[in-house]
Design a protein. Structure first.
Length: 136
């Protein structure tokens, strides 16, 4: 009789512990990072050590976002992009007197910081970093 009760208790304990490791292995959907806000972008130009700093405003809807900023020449630039995990991509048009220069950004996000490359029309690739501004 005791052996039967011990066997029932052992079976009951096993039944309670087996599902928990299985539950721990269920993948959860990754939360899309929040990039909405104002970011200070610093670019090092493809033509050498030309450093430009601009503020960009990001508005976000799930994995899609829009971005706008003023070029160093005072022209407003607008673009759209996507977020996949911690990676962002967006493109913008920079309208200038000599002609349009498309900008293609690719970045990796780490909290309130992003780093990456930007293709500057026919001028080549520049590197950039950005820091999200804290709202007081």
């Amino acid at each position: 009789m005791r052996a039967k009760i011990s066997l029932i208790i052992l079976a009951w304990l096993l039944a309670l512990t087996v599902p928990f490791p299985l539950l721990a292995q269920v993948p959860t959907a990754a939360k899309t990072p929040n990039v909405a806000g104002i970011w200070t972008i610093t670019m090092k130009g493809p033509q050498g050590e030309i450093i430009m700093t601009m503020d960009a405003t990001f508005t976000q809807d799930k994995e899609a976002f829009e971005v706008s900023m003023m070029s160093p020449m005072g022209v407003e630039m607008k673009g759209e992009g996507t977020i996949k995990g911690q990676e962002l991509q967006w493109s913008m048009a920079n309208v200038t007197k000599p002609g349009d220069a498309g900008l293609g950004f690719k970045a990796k996000l780490a909290g309130d910081t992003m780093t990456g490359d930007v293709l500057v029309g026919d001028f080549g690739t520049a590197t950039f970093s950005a820091q999200k501004k804290k709202i007081a």
